[in-house]
Design a protein around this ligand. Structure first.
Ligand code: SAM
Ligand code: SF4
Length: 337
């Protein structure tokens, strides 16, 4: 008797054998800040009708979970400025333990004081907070309008609510380069992890990113002279490489798209607020799910996801060169960074 053929794998596996278990889901392209490396001063935001409704986001999340997604990170734009966001987070939180292992959030922290408890009650246990400077004037300059105290208050509220906080800091030559060690000390004192990020050429902004590009290899060598950094075995399938900071509970992550390619173990796809799903942060390869979701066709959504996976690029091709156009035209706030 011959064995019955194995049922087809319902999971999302790309043509390089990478299994996709992680989705970054942008809930809005809007933001209350205008960080200089991320957005132009005068951004055109999407009309609201073009954005997925909460029902559509939940329906999409359920399809993803069915197809093997285990972690969802909400992002944007600024996710906490979308009206009613606590309801969406509560509804997605109901999936934790029922197919979903983890729901997390990346935020600029301005609204965290208001939402920290809601997040914890929904089952969120970790948040990433972007913080590029601990100096009020510099923070305001980089974000074009941010109030540092408001963000620090948000971070304190998140910790008090029981959320683990990881700080994301974009390392910018000539802007916050001298604050990297103080930021690491600040994180160590509070038990936060810190991830440093190289500026990536995504979308047109007024400034030439080359001027502020800071290779993190140099930064790591500098930090190694001060801290006992041991490479960590931790791999998240994401772009960061981690180091344990000796004698502390803090882990240092480095996201080095320019100096070190991070694509081999990529386990993720990204959903823009419009329902466009991108196979890679650094390419335009995509499928459009909004109309398929609105037509209620599960099969059509599955087929589109299979097409996306079949064409998911092997890796990005970021380069920073003076006067060169961005690697992709869309801003990080559109793709969902
Ligand atoms: N508004 C939220 C925040 O700032 O955390 C979430 C969205 S934001 C696009 C996500 C992350 O992308 C932030 O840590 C931000 O610093 C980073 N980011 C935005 N544009 C970037 C760029 N061009 N290069 C590198 N990182 C960027
Ligand atoms: Fe807004 Fe985040 Fe972009 Fe800053 S990095 S402008 S906070 S979306």
């Amino acid at each position: 008797m011959t064995a019955a053929p194995a049922p087809p794998d319902p999971g999302l596996v790309d043509s390089f054998g990478r299994r996709i278990t992680y989705v970054r889901l942008s809930v809005t392209d809007r933001c209350d800040l205008r960080c200089r490396y991320c957005m132009a001063e005068h951004m055109h935001f999407l009309p609201r009708a073009g954005i997925l409704a909460f029902e559509e986001i939940v329906a999409l999340a359920d399809i993803f979970i069915d197809r093997g997604i285990r972690r969802i990170r909400l992002t944007g734009g600024e996710p906490l400025v979308r009206r009613g966001i606590a309801d969406l987070i509560a509804r997605l939180g109901e999936r934790i333990g029922a197919g979903l292992d983890e729901l997390t959030l990346t935020t600029n922290g301005t609204q965290l004081a208001r939402f920290a408890t809601d997040l914890f009650e929904a089952g969120v246990r970790r948040v990433n907070v972007s913080l590029d400077s601990l100096r009020p004037d510099r923070f305001r300059y980089i974000t074009r309008r941010g109030d540092l105290d408001q963000v620090l208050g948000g971070i304190a509220a998140a910790s008090a609510a029981g959320l683990a906080v990881k700080i994301n800091m974009v390392a910018l030559k000539g802007l916050n380069q001298d604050e990297i060690e103080p930021m690491l000390d600040w994180c160590v004192e509070r038990g936060h992890d810190l991830t440093l990020i190289e500026t990536m050429p995504l979308g047109e902004v007024e400034e030439d990113r080359t001027c502020h590009y800071l290779p993190l290899d140099d930064v790591r060598r500098r930090l190694e002279a001060v801290y006992a950094l041991t490479p960590s075995l931790r791999r998240t399938g994401g772009p960061a490489r981690y180091w344990e900071v000796g004698g502390t509970d803090t882990r240092l992550g480095l996201i080095t798209p320019l100096t070190g390619n991070f694509c081999d173990g990529c386990n993720r796809i990204r959903v823009a607020a419009t329902g466009t799903v991108y196979g890679c942060l650094g390419h335009d390869q995509k499928v459009e799910l909004r109309d398929l979701l609105r037509a209620g066709g599960r099969r059509a959504v599955d087929e589109a996801l299979d097409r996306l996976l079949a064409g998911k690029p092997k890796g990005h091709d970021f380069r920073i060169a003076a006067a060169a156009p961005p690697a992709v035209g869309r801003h990080m706030s559109v793709t969902g960074g």
